[in-house]
Design a protein around this ligand. Sequence first.
Ligand SMILES: [Zn+2]
Ligand SMILES: [Zn+2]
Length: 385
Amino acid sequence: MIFLSTLFFVVAGTLLEGLLVKLPILSKCGDANERVGVIHVHTRASDGSGTVAEVMAAAEKANLSFIAITDHNVAMTESDLALDPPDLPIISGVEVGTNAGHFLALGIPPSWVQPKTTDDRTLLAAARAVGAFRILAHPFHPHTPWTDWKTSDFDGMEIWNEDAAWRQNNFFDLMDALLLYGVNNQLALVRLASTPEENFAKWDQLLQQRPVAGICAADTHARIRLAFGKDWRFPGYVPSLEVAREHVLLPPDAGNGNPALASPAELIDALKNGHSYCGLDSLYPADGFSFRISSASSSSGPGDSLHWTGTARIQISTPSGASLPLIKVFRDGREITEEQTRSIDEPITGPGRYRAEVFLRQPGLTGLRRWTLWVFTNPVYVTAQ
Ligand SMILES: [Zn+2]
Ligand SMILES: [Zn+2]
């Protein structure tokens, strides 16, 4: 009896909170130089539940400015790629399965046929040969992690993978989120977010050797296999495309002077060079977040290098309107600053790879106000020579 009444209050409390907590509605990013998109989406061409047209309708509803579709071992066709409007380009991608794990190849030619092998090095080389941007997918996934860390023949890695993140929750958190999902899908998916510590640690290690672009990925399938051949569209395309999004920072000459019309090639180029940051936008839209290191003569953003001349300042600003964030700054993988503040402007002491992680508290009572990863940036490389 006590158990049943406790259960009743827990369920009623969760549902009530789902009805009361209002997370911000996402709109199109106002800054033309910043394009907000989602990488790593599956369609019916492999194990997703929607057609390309359905995915594009969801992307439009989610106010994205680009999307990278990456089905398992099958490239998109010319006619699929023709479905994109100029202000919402599709990046042609594929998720290549290998005996060492999965990687994304972005910018592959339409109908590209990958070699018939599972050898990761052969497949990475084949994707490189067609000029693709190669990103290790969910490298610490519980079932399909990346295992060949001896190769350096890749350009980027997923730091956050939404599909891997929600699956890492315990049974009770999953049940809680499923209950919430019916009344407030945005809050339900925010509740399942966690900080990918292993990914950050590996990334910091790789950055000591060479630049590696870090991105967030949705890995949307909108499909969970149920019994008797039935599927459940969870999490749906629209809510999934609203969770974590990559904010690409473009030069003013992109898109022939109109970055809002940047081509897939220009977006890939920026992503590959680390000119981007990830925002868990359903918590609060990260649009306009800024991370720079400036010396007397120049100023550098994510992915850029800056020559150390003896003095420089790190400058971070977060969009107003969010609750008070917690900002952490890392130099060569070591935390050097941790502050609850909306902005930071302080000197740095020498060369290194500098990046930031920013956290916001979970909204609502059952979120226990725990800090949740909101933004992470690609590093600025401060070089000694
Ligand atoms: Zn995968
Ligand atoms: Zn995938």
